[in-house]
Design a protein around this ligand. Structure first.
Ligand SMILES: [Zn+2]
Length: 103
């Protein structure tokens, strides 16, 4: 009972979300000539956000490609801690044979 208040305020302070997302080609609307601008590299990385906006933007640290993190077109994962999100990315990058570590 005594701890309830503390726990609540701690939740308030940790409302940041960490998004594990993959650099991949997705259809984000019509392209003039039916092809995408650059190929995606497939690298997983973490994007930290406080926003509840569904239309986040992120830059791939590996190939500098810009991506729209739209829940409707892209698969990504949300975590409460940066560590958890990083672990997700590192595991999947390793699985894909991408050994480069960014950040
Ligand atoms: Zn990339």
């Amino acid at each position: 009972m005594e701890n309830t208040e503390n726990e609540n305020s701690e939740v308030m302070m940790h409302n940041r979300r960490f998004i594990a997302w993959k650099c991949e080609s997705v259809r984000e609307g019509m392209k003039p000539f039916g092809r995408s601008e650059t190929a995606a590299c497939g690298f997983w990385s973490v994007k930290a956000t406080k926003s509840t906006n569904k239309h986040l933007q992120a830059n791939c640290p590996a190939c500098k490609r810009r991506a729209r993190l739209n829940i409707n077109t892209r698969k990504f994962y949300e975590y409460d801690t940066k560590e958890a999100a990083k672990m997700h990315c590192e595991a999947l990058n390793e699985q894909a044979g991408i050994m480069e570590v960014v950040q």
